[in-house]
Every structure is written in structure tokens, then in C-alpha cells.
Design a protein around this ligand. Sequence first.
Ligand code: NAD
Length: 356
Amino acid sequence: MEYKIAVVKGDGIGPEVVEGAIEVLNSIGEKFKHKFIYKEVLAGGSAYDVYGEPLPKETIDVCKSSDSILLGAVGGVKWDRLPSDKRPERAILGLRKELGLYANIRPGILFDPLKDSSPLKAEIIGDGFDICVVRELTGGIYFGERGSRETELGQSAYDIEEYSEMEVRRIAKIAFDFAMKRNKKVTSVDKSNVLESSRLWRRVVEQVSKDYPEIELNHLYVDNAAMQVIRDPKQFDVILTTNLFGDILSDEISVLTGSIGMLPSASLGEGGKGLFEPIHGSAPDIAGQGKANPIATILSAAMMLRYSFNLRKEADCIEAAVNRALKEGYRTSDIARNAENPISTKEMTEIIKGFI
Ligand code: NAD
């Protein structure tokens, strides 16, 4: 089969880690006889430098006409002073909106060989955890009405959290569908003791759950959820939550797994198309030094194979190669302990390719 992939390398370490993922995808293509056709486009700071805007129309068009999108990361100090509509990060929000990518899937997996890198105590970690955060991505407070006004107390500003039944229903279905393929447990996180939007959220999630009698559903207030993921992460299978709460909780969970350089993500819409990217940013502090860990992006490519192209064996093959590289002790500097000799981005890529 042939698959068209739009490639946005982005800024900072983006190009280094995306090149690693493409090499691994090519090895998979050779082994399983698939053809991946890449079309490179600009977004973020590098697009601003060429087009004067972070998300040019050509990029949107290529992304829309591709089967899926692989993205590195965008942003950097060079563009930090630009007005907010020109900033590199707008490109990501714009792509999500343009492509209707309303579901953000973030696995929080503690890889066995990296247990020592987690800030949690060994007795809490036990034999590890595997949490899947399903975060609503195109609604809520990040896209709601906003503004500011002069008041007697000085300037005041507001951002509105608003969800429709349709938005909650479609993201809830995604979470329940994921749970059906996992351990059949969904924890919905809201703040329904205070927020009207959360009361609607909870009501709709309960309605959707009726179509999934095998799934165990429970609800947590977000403040409790923030504690529970640290106190006992093993209790979670799928966490379903809003745009804002998911942003915060998924970053918290990523820290528990050891390194931000390990975790992939997928943003999905209708019809299987998705945007696949590591959860980390452009890491300007290490850009161009060959130090970046490519694993998060390589695992994002594996998610693309599984969720966009339905190539499960191929995705398993990448994940097994990553696990083997870690088990055999290969470490980039972000996951290396003092005594270990860190390897470069390119070396890690070569080792993973060798295990495909
Ligand atoms: P960051 O994730 O880029 O870096 C945080 C720390 O983690 C840094 O010390 C960095 O060196 C390290 N790190 C990140 N990825 C790594 C990897 N693969 N291997 C080894 N170490 C890694 O977050 P930040 O410093 O807050 O942001 C830097 C820039 O990235 C900002 O401009 C920010 O807006 C942008 N950003 C972009 C995205 C995105 O493109 N989706 C996401 C987050 C931040």
C-alpha cells in the first residue's frame, strides 16, 4: 500500500527528531512492503521566516490532501516577541482547527527499563503503569469567547469555557472505544461540583456510557485527579477530559514517566486522518547538538501506523524495537544516568532501525 504523509519538521530539535522517525518508517516500509510518500511543508517559526506567517495556506492544503501528518515541534526564542497571531505555536492550533482534529490521545507509559527515571517511589510504581489520556482538543476555554474590558478595578479579562452536547459526545465515544481495546475502564475528569459546563460534560458522558455496558466508568473532580495520578497511577486506564484539564493532567503524567523525550501523541478527527507529534517542544537549549531523544517522535510514527493506517503489526514492531534499545541500555542524555554514556540522536535512530 501507498501512504501520503505530510511532514512538518518545525523548529529547534524538530528536524533532527523527525528525520529519525522517517528513517524508522522507511525500515518498516522495506520490511512490510509499504510505500510511504513524504511531502515536506513549513509551519511554525521556519514558516514565518519564509512566508511571514506560521501556518501558510500551502501547508494547510498539503496536510488536508495527505493521509496523515508527522510533526516535530515548533517555537523558539527568535519568534517569542511576535504578536500572538504570528507566533509559531499558532500553527499547531490552526492545524487542529483546520483539520477538525478534536481528540488528543496521549499515552503515559512507564517503560520498564526506565523505572529509575520516574520521580515516583518504587512501591508506587510497582510493575509500571500505562495510562491513555483522551483530551478534547478543539473546544472549551481555549476556543471560547474571550475579551478584556476596563472596569472600576482596572482592566479585567475573561475566557469562556463552553461545551456542546455534540462535542462531549464525540470525544466520549473516542475514549470508550479506546478503553474497549484496553482494560475497559474510563475515568472522566471534570469539575462538576462548581462548573455548569462540567455538569453537562458528566451528564453526556453518562449517556454515552450506556452504549458501552462492558466499560467501568467513574468520575473524578480535576483537583482529586491531579492528586490520584501521583498517589496511585496504576488505578487508571483511560482518562477522558476537557481541553484545559487534559493539557495540565497529561503534562503531569508525562513527568511521572521519566522523560518528556519519550512520549508520543496523536490528534485525531473523523475518518482516521491525524496529526502525530511528540509531546515535547522544540528544545532550543539542545537544538543542533545531536543530543535530542528521537524516541517520542519515532513512537508518534508508530501511533500513525496504528491509528491512521490500521497497520498494527508494523506499529508493534516499532514499539518492540524501542523497548529492545532501552532494555539493552542505550540512552540519549535526557534518560541517561550519571554512569551511562549517552548516545546521539543519530545513534539512537540507527540502533532502533537495527531492531526493526
Ligand atoms: P521543551 O519541551 O521544548 O523543552 C523542555 C526541556 O526538555 C528542555 O530542557 C529540553 O532540552 C528537554 N527536551 C525536550 N524534548 C527533548 C528531547 N526530545 N530530547 C531530550 N531533551 C528534550 O519545552 P519548552 O522549553 O518549554 O519550550 C521550547 C519551545 O517549544 C517554546 O517555544 C514552546 O512554545 C515550544 N513548544 C512547542 C510545542 C509543540 O510544537 N507542540 C510544545 C511545547 C512547547
